[in-house]
Design a protein around this ligand. Structure first.
Ligand code: SF4
Ligand code: SF4
Length: 141
């Protein structure tokens, strides 16, 4: 397998900005409908506080532990998605994983290429980025 180019971060970040100029997540919400973010403890604390719920009650109502020991949503679409408008009803306190999704503007993209490939099946923006990069020669200048 060919090694990723050294400037892979810059290549992804450029495509990320370009694609998200065109893509409006409020027209999509496919990630919120089909996959669950991981809820870290600080996410659970912040969200349950904003909903005026006890952490235990919040967790019992919305979360389950997956096979890797991470807290994830019990159901999809996400309980916090307004399916009529595709908006997040806890937007200001949403999990950090939601803030960062689809992770294509982060550093060291070479370390998450397998996840990015999976995300390309969920997120049309990632799919478009990957397609553009491959069409340009996989990052070769
Ligand atoms: S918390 Fe909000 S942004 Fe995150 S999956 Fe649910 S609806 Fe989407
Ligand atoms: S799947 Fe991608 S394009 Fe669609 S809402 Fe999620 S981040 Fe935005």
């Amino acid at each position: 397998m060919r090694k990723p180019p050294r400037d892979l971060d810059a290549i992804f970040h450029e495509r990320h900005d370009e694609v998200f100029e065109e893509v409006d997540c409020l027209d999509c919400a496919h990630c919120c409908r089909t996959t669950s973010p991981i809820f870290k403890v600080r996410d659970i604390e912040r969200i349950s506080k904003s909903l005026r719920m006890k952490i235990g009650a919040f967790s019992r109502k919305y979360l389950k532990m997956d096979d890797e020991g991470d807290w994830v949503l019990q159901k999809s679409p996400c309980s916090f998605l307004d399916e009529g408008t595709n908006s997040c009803t806890i937007y200001d306190v949403r999990p950090q994983a939601c803030v960062e999704y689809p992770h294509t503007d982060r550093k060291q993209m070479s370390g998450i290429l397998a996840i990015t490939e999976e995300n390309a099946h969920v997120c049309p923006a990632v799919s478009s980025m990957v397609q553009k990069i491959l069409e340009a020669g996989g990052g070769k200048k």
